[in-house]
Design a binder for this molecule. Sequence first.
Ligand code: PHE
Length: 338
Amino acid sequence: MKEQLMKIKEKALEALLLAKDLSEIESVKNQYLSKKGEISLLMGELRNLDPSERPAFGQMVNQLKVEVEQALYDKKSILEEEALLASLKNEKIDVTLPGVKLYEGSIHPLNQVIEDVEDFFIGLGYEVAEGPELENDHYNFEMMNLDKDHPARAMQDTFYTDETHLLRTHTSPVQARTMLAKKGQPLRIICPGKVYRRDDDDPTHSHQFMQIEGLVIDHHIQFANLKDVLLKMAQHLFGKERMIRLRPSYFPFTEPSVEVDVSYVKKDGSIGYIEVLGAGQVHPNVLKMGGYDPHEFQGFAFGIGVERIAILKYAIDDIRHFYQNDLRFLDQFKGVNR
Ligand code: PHE
């Protein structure tokens, strides 16, 4: 009996010694230690032994089992470590090699200006409203108090796709749409977006550009409220020391209307003013068409040219830079507002 045990032990240990990988170890385990493995079967032999011999035999089989298990565990650890070392060797990386530089994009300067203005107005409780670029004549002109034969249409010639559809000339149609949607409720919105006009492109003109228009309608709105918001916006965009100047102007959709200039310090130290936007109190006809009773409601509106703000803020010499996707230009605006 004892000899049989010794034999099994020798066989098992030799098989482990020769095992070259984990799967061979697994088959040794199956052969000797599984339920029907050779060592387990030995236990079955107990029945055939004289009862007085059973305890000693049982102990020997257990001992054998522990030894084979230990040998198996040791060999397995060795193989695992070898495998790890081999893979470390193969996968060795040279951390001193230069990395691959990934090109990092950035937010377009015009969108940076829009986001900045949005942040400012959201802080004042305004909502951001958007609308389609391909508009209906009705929203773009008629609801803005520009009848079919209104002479001021000449200043806003654009691209027509048919008799009634055109690329919007300002974001005012979004104001018209929002007024109708609010059904006579007070509102406070800004409308950023792309607009179009028939123009020959040059350093200061572009047939497409961006606008942000604002509209507030409520009870007891006065011109002073408009002036206050415009001053705060100018100071937010250009700095606390800035002042604004209003000059009388004309827009069909506002009455009275103004052009708004922002102060700057000239080279000789004196104060100059530069035009940045148009504004005014909402014309009673516009309120009426939008579903508001002009005897109960008043409003103000303003329209900012986004390129104009960016040009002044970043001293840009040609409006066409914004639309040519030249990375040498765009890369300069990485993280400007972040
Ligand atoms: N819609 C005007 C434009 O594009 C801008 C503006 C808006 C002026 C609101 C006054 C009030 O020229």
